[in-house]
Design a protein around this ligand. Structure first.
Ligand code: SF4
Ligand code: SF4
Length: 338
């Protein structure tokens, strides 16, 4: 991993301080994960998550009403896709058209009503996944697992095998660890070395880490660019993501939560209290005003947090008290990886 302390530095002490806020917290089971009963059920479940995770980048435009409820982002992607689980096989995916994808990801299965963007990019990812699965893994996601023999890292491990697919070629493996973590959790891809799993590095985790002080920005140009949401280079993006990943390792270790649980926690926090569409929900003023998004907050659904109208990290997080931290954003890059 790239570490450049002159650009960003992991603040270990602050990670420990924040981790102490998590020691009494539990993360509830993921409501989208289903544990298959047998081998017959494992096969479609593996395929479903393999293709859905493959196109899980920048889901900001994904939103609509499914099953009578307004949902967005990952929730929209998963719930909409579940309606047509029979589509998630190599033969069908290889023949998928832009219209098929738009139709899959629309409230009423009508392509013209789809909210999704970057359709061609996602379609190419699906085609590449299907083609390579057919060439190397008998057309089945379970074929990848069979080849890695239950190992996540190292030569011939799951991470390396997944990296051959365009959709999973992120140098920091965001989609790979997300997929591996979910399938390990439901016993579809049980891993011998699950301790090597990492927190999935996406924009929510980055935003929380930069604002909270888990990672300190040393370079003044980068600090300016993060605050102004200016585009940064891929190299700088990787430097920041690597530091956030290391900081998350410390948080996992210090909190006693599993990687899987902490991953869910920071992700839900980043899309609830510390979301990109509004001011962070923390600080004295906010506590008095109350929280305006309690009815759609996924953090309180996903955890046992008894919220008093402010973020769990309020007071400990540097951003909750200091505007210089609060004004950070995740790196602004165009990426097919997260
Ligand atoms: S305390 Fe505020 S700035 Fe810090 S993570 Fe929570 S919402 Fe974001
Ligand atoms: S209800 Fe609580 S946890 Fe959810 S967004 Fe509001 S302050 Fe954050």
């Amino acid at each position: 991993m790239t570490t450049e302390p002159s650009i960003v530095q992991v603040n270990k002490e602050q990670c420990r301080n924040l981790a102490r806020c998590l020691t009494v917290l539990q993360v509830r089971p993921d409501r989208y994960l289903r544990r298959p009963a047998d081998e017959i059920e494992r096969r479609p479940e593996a395929n479903f998550w393999f293709y859905v995770t493959a196109i899980c980048q920048s889901t900001r435009t994904f939103e609509g009403t499914l099953n009578g409820r307004w949902v967005r982002g990952w929730d929209y992607l998963v719930q909409a896709s579940r309606r047509r689980i029979e589509d998630f096989n190599a033969e069908r995916m290889q023949a998928y058209t832009a219209e098929d994808l738009r139709s899959l990801l629309s409230d009423d299965l009508t392509g013209a009503h789809s909210p999704i963007d970057r359709v061609e990019e996602r379609l190419e990812q699906l085609h590449d996944c299907a083609e390579r699965l057919r060439q190397h893994c008998g057309g089945e996601a379970m074929g990848i697992y069979a080849r890695c023999e239950g190992r996540l890292v190292g030569t011939g491990g799951l991470i390396e095998l997944l990296s051959a697919f365009e959709a999973y070629s992120d140098p920091l493996h965001k989609k790979s660890v997300l997929l591996a973590g979910m399938l390990h959790e439901i016993g579809v891809w049980p891993l011998h070395d699950a301790h090597n799993l990492k927190v999935a590095m996406d924009y929510h985790a980055m935003r929380v880490a930069l604002r909270s002080g888990m990672v300190e920005v040393q370079d003044t140009d980068l600090a300016r660019d993060l605050r102004a949401q200016n585009t940064v280079s891929d190299h700088l993006n990787e430097v920041v993501r690597s530091a956030v990943s290391t900081a998350c390792d410390i948080m996992v270790q210090e909190s006693g939560l599993s990687v899987f649980a902490f991953d869910k926690l920071i992700w839900h926090l980043g899309r609830s209290c510390c979301f990109y569409e509004h001011e962070p929900i923390c600080g004295q003023e906010r506590m008095l005003k109350g929280c305006f998004k309690r009815d759609r907050c996924s953090f309180i659904q996903a955890t046992t947090y008894r919220c008093l109208n402010v973020c769990l990290f309020d007071g400990v997080c540097k951003g909750s008290r200091d505007p210089a931290y609060r004004s950070y954003w995740e790196t602004n890059v165009y990426t097919p990886h997260y």
